[in-house]
Design a protein around this ligand. Structure first.
Ligand code: T46
Length: 137
């Protein structure tokens, strides 16, 4: 599995750092939604689902966390611990976010509005969906 990591441009000066993200420029899709999670609980895994079509960029803008990515064959773990670094996740990837540090804030830029029908929340359904999708493509 090929992990797509982004290093965003930092605009730093004597006042500190600033990162700006623009759709189709810094991010490869139209940004239709931004959400973020905070006050995450130690030991808890979030995510634990795949999306059929949604594209997302995850940025840990504060603290750190780990992201498990699973394409149905390979699994990889990415550590997000820099506010100027993001990972791209397309559809058909099972993801889990865990090991959040104290005060971690994970921000997500998404290519579409919230739609429960785009989620696959059961792992065996995900495996079935992936093998059908691979046969078709
Ligand atoms: C993903 C990972 C990285 C909304 O009402 N609107 C939204 O846009 C989102 C994202 C969530 N919600 C509601 C649905 C649930 O009642 O917020 C609650 C928590 O959502 P969920 O359990 O899906 O959150 P995570 O952290 O498990 O997953 C989220 C995203 O849902 C998902 O798309 O890829 O972050």
């Amino acid at each position: 599995m090929h992990i797509i990591k982004y290093q965003f441009q930092q605009h730093g000066d004597e006042r500190g750092q600033l990162v700006a993200l623009e759709e189709f420029k810094d991010v490869p899709f139209q940004i239709k939604r931004v959400y973020y999670m905070y006050n995450t609980i130690k030991g808890m895994h979030r995510g634990c689902h795949a999306h059929k079509h949604l594209e997302q960029i995850l940025v840990c803008v504060g603290g750190s966390c780990k992201i498990l990515l699973d394409d149905g064959t390979d699994k990889k773990v990415v550590i997000l611990d820099k506010p100027y670094e993001g990972i791209y996740i397309s559809g058909n990837i099972w993801r889990e976010m865990y090991d959040f540090s104290d005060n971690a804030i994970l921000m997500v830029l998404a290519s579409d509005y919230y739609c429960e029908n785009d989620y696959i929340r059961n792992y065996s359904e995900f495996k079935k969906y992936i093998s059908e999708w691979r046969k078709e493509s």
